[in-house]
Design a protein around this ligand. Structure first.
Ligand code: SF4
Length: 82
């Protein structure tokens, strides 16, 4: 799971914006302005019968500041991105 959903910068961060783009999710902001330090992105590639699925997760980041449930508070009632 992406650590960003519990990070205080999730609604400002340009790396999380790129992850949203890869997952074809709606963006939390249209103008991300926060540049995180050393984010590490884990890309899982799964081959299905007739397509390839790619999942991007930030698994480490020097700028991470824990704010538990930050994403959930911004998107109440919506399924948490995995
Ligand atoms: S953990 Fe890093 S990449 Fe993810 S939202 Fe926070 S600052 Fe951005």
């Amino acid at each position: 799971m992406c650590i960003c959903i519990n990070c205080t910068f999730v609604d400002q961060c340009n790396t999380y914006y790129a992850v949203e783009t890869q997952h074809q999710q709606p963006h939390l902001t249209d103008s991300p302005h926060f540049e995180p330090k050393n984010p590490t992105i884990n890309v899982n590639i799964r081959t299905k019968t007739d397509y390839i699925e790619m999942e991007w997760d930030v698994v480490g980041c020097d700028s991470f500041v824990e704010e538990a449930g930050k994403w959930m508070r911004l998107k109440p009632g919506e399924p948490i991105p995995t």
